[in-house]
Design a protein around this ligand. Sequence first.
Ligand code: PAF
Length: 278
Amino acid sequence: MLQLSSLTDLPSNIPASSVLVPTMGALHEGHAALIRAAREIAGASGSVVVSIFLNPLQFDRPGDLADYPASLEEDLALCRSLDVNVVFTPSPAEFYATDHSVRVSENLLSRNLCGAARPGHFEGVCTVVLKLFHALLPSAAVFGKKDYQQLAIIRRLVRDLFLPIEIHDIETVRDPDGLALSSRNLTLNQEHRADAPRIHRALLAARDLRETGEQRSEVYLEAARHHLLHDAPAGLQIDYLELVDRENLQLLPKVAGPALLAAAVYYDDVRLIDNVEI
Ligand code: PAF
C-alpha cells in the first residue's frame, strides 16, 4: 500500500482508473464497508484509493473540529488489511492555500436538514470533494447513506459540473444495538452511548406509521419527537427532525411518495445524525 501525503506525489503515483473512498479518518466498520464496496467496484485488478483528510472548511463549530477523533496509525493498518492500494493524507496547509478564495456551493438540496443547521457545511464538503476528485482523478467514488443529504448533494455536484465520476452508495452500517456507526460515537460518554440507539428506534417507530396509511407529516414528526424525548437523559437535545422528499430534499407536508425522515441530535456537544427512508 502506498501512502501519499503531498500533492506533489500526484498524479504520477495515482492509478489511471481508481475507486475513491473519501474519509476524514478515525475509520470504523462503516468505512470498512465503503472500502469493501470500492474493492467490489474496482475488481481485483483495479485500484482502491482512500483519502484521509480532516477538512476544516466543513466544520461550523471550532470546538467540533478540535474534538474530532484522529487515529492515523490504526487507519493505515485498517486500509492495509483491506487491500487498499493508495492512501492519500494531505496536510490542510498544502490542501488550502492561505489565500484560497474559490468555493463550491449547492443551493437547493442543502436548504434543509444539515444544510440549514450547519451554515457553510456543504460548501466545505462540495469544495473538498471536488478538489479530491481533481487531485485523484477517480472513475468512481463511494459514499454512505447515513449522510444522505451529503450523498444527494455530491450526486448533484457530479451531474451539474459534468464530472466523469460514478457515484455509488452503501446502506448505513449499525452497531448491533442500532446506533449508526460514526467517528463521533467515540466521543460520547458512557451514559450517552448507551442511550444513543434511541435515535434509530425513534425513526423506526415513526416509520411504522406508514403501515396505518398515515400521510400527515406532523404525525410522523410528533411520533419521532416523542420517542426521542421520552425519558431522555440530560444533555439530549434535538437539533432538527424533518421529513423531506427523497429526491429534492424539500420539506414535505404529506407523505405520499418516497420520503426521508432525518434527525440530528446533540448529546451535550456531540452531534449525531441518522435517517430512515419511508
Ligand atoms: O463524510 C465525510 O467523512 C466527509 O464529509 C467527506 C465526504 C470525506 C468530505 O470531507
